[in-house]
Design a protein around this ligand. Structure first.
Ligand code: NAD
Ligand code: MG
Length: 334
């Protein structure tokens, strides 16, 4: 770094130290190699203190839970996500689009210019209504498609309704998931095991199968997997293996569909503050210190993954397929 660059950099850092949090000019290298001041309005944000840290209040909701009743309320980007036309005119179906990562993706997609259909369970109507209103506020089509994806016939109807409502389909986000913590394998009934497998493994199979005939080259499939795929918790015996299956289908399908010009990728979150965790996904002890074991010392918020779902869907990620992008606060592996 030249002396001139060092001086400019020192000035910027000193400015930050003086409490400048907005309106900080970030230095960039110009083509000629000299430092120039870029006009940005964004200050630095410390990721360790950006969002709530444990301890959290104990809280429990009947499954599947509502984001609107969590304390603190999760951030899905309602106020913060800003789009820049990256998905203009695209047509997306997102399962579990009412809350959590699915909701963050739905808001971001609409703000990037996409029309969005969301699937959710009828019990989640209050959360879903808010998402539909947020998509409409961007002037995009918002299609609400409630129903239980444990049924193959519903999955087929879901895709058909999304295609007719959106006028086509080119982004499929298979994100809905079922997670219930059980201390011992002996506590998992065959019914529970089957429920987890139907939601997390069969439903993506049925939905992707139904969607494929509609997907043109340039379309994308994105699966929500987990750090559990590679680092399973003792009390998530059934759930964790479905996430290993998700990572696996992403890689298999990417190879199968690459020659057709359809990209398939995964997102692997670490501990994220969503209804899944407060409706049986985590024990009360785990919930109180939720995310505290990560190097950032807190759980992630759904909005912190929104840009990953956007990136994997966008045309400029055209060489990314069969990839799993992680966001786990420093622990966990995709
Ligand atoms: P969430 O509760 O907000 O979302 C899960 C959604 O799944 C629900 O909103 C619900 O609409 C849907 N769903 C579940 N069963 C369904 C069914 N039978 N029919 C239709 N929809 C059904 O929680 P989330 O954490 O955002 O979960 C989204 C995805 O992220 C899941 O696949 C989950 O496994 C994964 N994930 C979550 C975490 C985390 O810490 N929260 C970590 C890694 C991966
Ligand atoms: Mg929900």
């Amino acid at each position: 770094m030249s002396e001139e660059n060092q001086i400019t950099r020192r000035k910027v850092i000193a400015g930050l130290g003086a409490g400048l949090t907005t309106g900080v000019a970030s230095p960039v290298f110009a083509a000629a190699g000299t430092m120039q001041e870029d006009v940005t309005t964004q200050g630095l944000e410390d990721p360790t203190t950006k969002y709530p840290r444990p301890p959290f209040k104990g809280q429990s909701q009947p499954w599947p839970g509502l984001a609107g009743q969590m304390d603190p309320k999760p951030d899905h980007g309602e106020k913060s996500y800003k789009g820049s036309g990256r998905l203009k005119g695209r047509k997306a179906l997102i399962t579990g689009g009412d809350s959590g990562m699915g909701r963050a993706a739905a808001i971001a997609y609409a703000r990037e210019g996409a029309d969005v259909a969301i699937n959710y369970l009828p019990a989640e109507e209050p959360d879903a209504r808010e998402v539909i209103a947020l998509i409409k506020a961007e002037g995009r089509k918002a299609i609400a498609l409630p129903g239980d994806i444990r049924e193959e016939a519903f999955c087929q109807k879901l895709v058909a309704d999304a295609v007719s409502g959106l006028g086509g389909l080119d982004i499929v986000v298979s994100n809905a998931g079922r997670q219930q913590a059980h201390q011992s394998i002996l506590d998992i009934s065959t019914e529970q095991f089957d429920w987890t497998m139907k939601t997390n493994i069969y439903a993506p199979f049925w939905i992707i199968k139904a969607a494929l005939p509609h997907l043109q080259p340039g379309s994308v499939i994105i699966g929500t997997t987990s750090e559990q795929a590679t680092d399973p918790s003792a009390d998530l015996y059934d759930y964790a293996q479905t996430k290993a299956a998700t990572t696996n289908y992403v890689r298999s399908l990417a190879k199968q569909l690459g020659p057709k010009g359809i990209r398939v990728n995964g997102v692997a979150p670490g501990p994220i503050w969503t209804p899944l965790q407060v409706s049986g996904g985590a024990t009360q002890e785990k919930l109180k210190s939720f995310g505290g074991q990560t190097p950032l010392g807190r759980p992630g918020q759904p909005v912190e993954l929104a840009s990953i779902y956007v990136q994997l869907a966008a045309d400029d990620a055209s060489f990314a397929t069969g990839q799993v992008y992680g966001a786990a606060g420093g622990s966990g592996h995709p």
